[in-house]
Design a protein around this ligand. Structure first.
Ligand SMILES: O=C(O)C1=C[C@@H](OP(=O)(O)O)[C@@H](O)[C@H](O)C1
Ligand SMILES: C=C(OP(=O)(O)O)C(=O)O
Length: 425
């Protein structure tokens, strides 16, 4: 196994640009495929999660041209649902933003497909989405374990007026139904059951749909209505914002050991909920400069905080390692769904934080981290989870080195993360 040891870093400062957003890249690619007309996507993320979506689109007969550096893509829209005569098997890795939205769009397309993924994908729940689609008449079968991929989908036109979906495990199920709804021939109302988690990702979905010409009536995140006349239309150009979750590691580094760190590619008007991560750093004591074109953090002594982090599930992980540098404990609550992502992130975080010497309390849906005066060198297991690898790079901002096992796992969303991190040192 490859390992990367980061030597202690005494100060960070500088400017770093983040690559395109994973959430926006995969949403925009799918809608560009379903819409009428050609879309030129720029600043597309080049990472595993996006390659899985692109490969799936190729197998589904979508025509596109991708630049050599894979950040510009011109997609020729289908002008509606997918239409493929031969059965296809689509391998979607561990990309939730490919598996869930494609599942819904394919259920209402003329296709016979099997959706598969990495072993961890077979442990990530999807029944709330499948139940919602089956309620609308979709033909979806579990090929191994009930409630989990792989799935067999025999797509067909769906005409239900109402669907309901439990939003308490993942917002991606609602995102999937919303993005597929304009493919129905009639008005569709989607009702939410349970408490909707990760709500800001729904704003990304609605905003992207609007850019492709579909307005959704959002009744306080309880019901959503899409008109039967709604139709995706190519926006012409679609510029993908930089990834706000990827920005969190650099912003945290600035807060811990700045100097001033400026992150470009995102700004104060970003549609991504994870820019709210910088507010958490502010609450911990860092100074944040919110600009249209960048967010800049200047370090200051940090103090522990107690906060509900359901709205920023991905960037919140970065707070778990930032907490090592704060005065007093940090309590992060309402984060149960960390357990059903790339790995059981609550357990993995607690385990690895203890290895570097922190005291940690792991609850069903919370984690509490006490800093320690003396961090210990440790080999950090990353569980094939890009965010664990990136979060633990922050440990090097102490007097202690840190070794990251399998650093290449950042390829899911940020292949050259460690190179860019180094530019701040
Ligand atoms: O819709 C999206 O783009 C995402 C939604 C979130 O998932 P959950 O809704 O499952 O929390 C987030 O963790 C994931 O990385 C991306
Ligand atoms: C949860 C994540 O990914 P996915 O889109 O596969 O759910 C993530 O990137 O942190």
């Amino acid at each position: 196994m490859e390992q990367l040891t980061l030597a202690p870093i005494s100060k960070v400062s500088g400017v770093v640009n983040v690559p395109g957003s994973k959430s926006l890249s995969n949403r925009a690619l799918l809608l560009a495929a379903l819409c009428e007309g050609d879309t030129e996507l720029t600043n597309l993320l080049d990472s595993d999660d996006i390659s899985h979506m692109l490969n799936a689109l190729t197998q589904l007969g979508v025509n596109y041209t991708l630049s050599d550096d894979k950040t510009r893509c011109v997609v020729k829209g289908n002008g509606g649902a997918f239409n493929v005569s031969e059965p296809q098997e689509l391998f979607l890795g561990n990309a939730g933003t490919a598996m869930r939205p494609l599942c819904a769009a394919l259920a209402v397309s003329n296709v016979d497909v099997v959706l598969t993924g990495e072993p961890r994908m077979e442990e990530r729940p999807i029944s709330d989405l499948v139940d919602g689609l089956r309620e609308a008449g979709a033909d979806i079968k579990y090929l191994k374990n009930d409630g989990f991929p792989p799935l067999q989908i025999k797509g067909k036109a769906l005409t239900a007026n109402e669907m309901s979906v439990d939003g308490s495990v993942s917002s991606q199920f609602l995102t999937a139904l919303l993005m597929a709804a304009p493919l129905f021939k009639n008005d569709v109302t989607i009702k939410i059951k349970g408490d909707l988690v990760s709500k800001p990702y729904i704003d990304i979905t609605l905003d992207t749909m609007a850019k492709f010409g579909v307005e959704v009536v959002n009744n306080n995140y309880q019901t959503f209505t899409i008109s039967g006349d709604a139709k995706y239309v190519a926006p012409g150009k679609f510029m993908v914002e930089g990834d706000a979750s990827s920005a969190s590691y650099f912003l945290a580094a600035g807060a811990i050991k700045g100097g001033t760190v400026r992150v470009t590619g995102i700004g104060k008007n970003s549609i991504q909920g994870d820019i709210r991560f910088a507010e958490v750093l502010e609450a911990m004591g860092a100074s944040v400069n919110w600009h249209d074109e960048y967010i800049e953090v200047t370090g200051a002594p940090l103090k522990g905080i107690s906060m509900d982090m359901n709205h920023i599930p991905d960037a919140a992980m970065t707070i778990a390692t930032t907490a090592l540098f704060a005065e007093g404990p940090t309590l992060m609550t309402n984060i149960y769904n960390w357990r059903v992502k790339e790995t059981d992130r609550l357990h993995a975080m607690a385990t690895e934080l203890r290895k570097v010497g922190a005291k940690v309390e792991e609850g069903h849906d919370y984690i509490k981290v006490w800093p320690t005066d003396e961090l210990k060198h440790a080999e950090i297991d990353t569980y094939n989870d890009h965010r664990i690898a990136m979060c633990f790079s922050l440990v090097a901002l102490s007097d202690t080195a840190v070794t990251i096992n399998d650093p290449g796992c950042t390829r899911k969303t940020f292949p050259d993360y460690f190179t860019r991190f180094n530019t701040l040192v």
